[in-house]
Design a protein around this ligand. Sequence first.
Ligand code: HEM
Length: 243
Amino acid sequence: MKWDTEGREKMGRGSRYLDFLDILLTARDPDREGLTDDEIRAEVDTFLFEGHDTTASGISWSLYCLAKHPGHQDRVREEVDIVLTGKDDEELTWQDVSKLKYLAMCVKEAMRLYPPVPIVSRRTTRDFDLMGHRLPAGATLNINTWCLHHNRAVWGEDFMEYKPDMFSSENMKKMDAYAFIPFSAGPRNCIGQNFALNEEKVVIARILHRYKVELVPDHHVAPVLELVTRAVNGIKVKFIPRG
Ligand code: HEM
């Protein structure tokens, strides 16, 4: 169904762009019907879950990995310092963010080891064969991203290790399109993935510019796969101001 919007740029006092809620409240289908309150609620829930908890998980596990691997952290900080040197503030432009290539590799490798969304599900709408297995219509299929991302055949014997080089442009060219799917794949994949990657890069770059991150000794971090990947007793890292 194709929706249009009757929202105007002039809303309330002064002009401004339509925000997400304006769009939901003013959307109309071809019969001029708007969304019901429940439908608006469902859309807002989807965006809050997909847009907040996921990036919070991604940023937390990335910081954990960088705290655990100070060598990679130093390399990211050198890259960030080059981009921010000579600037009056810590604002990162789109151009700056695209220069943070090693940070992008580190963020992706953290999403491989700790995919923020560990499992996605689909319900079949018709019978079909999957590699010789008959799947009836109405069956629920779980696609286990966690297992895919820890597949020895794809990532090697040391698949549990944090190896950002896996995501160098050279290695990415050789990678199967479905080996790394933190944002799912196919027509219903994540619509916020570029935004999410950039958000993670900006937050982590600004933290590493100001602080050194270290693991909290004796705090055991164990992942638990819920709707998003969390840690049983939380992730604790120390933020030490740079001298
Ligand atoms: C690291 C951050 C993120 C991860 C790992 C992630 C992952 C995913 C995954 C795996 C799906 C598919 C879910 C399914 O099919 O069951 C999805 C869908 C979606 N994501 Fe994200 N997401 C992230 C950030 C975001 C952000 C920042 C937004 C919005 C600003 C967003 C909006 C959405 C929406 C609206 C969908 C549903 C798309 C559809 O059904 O057509 N996501 N995301």
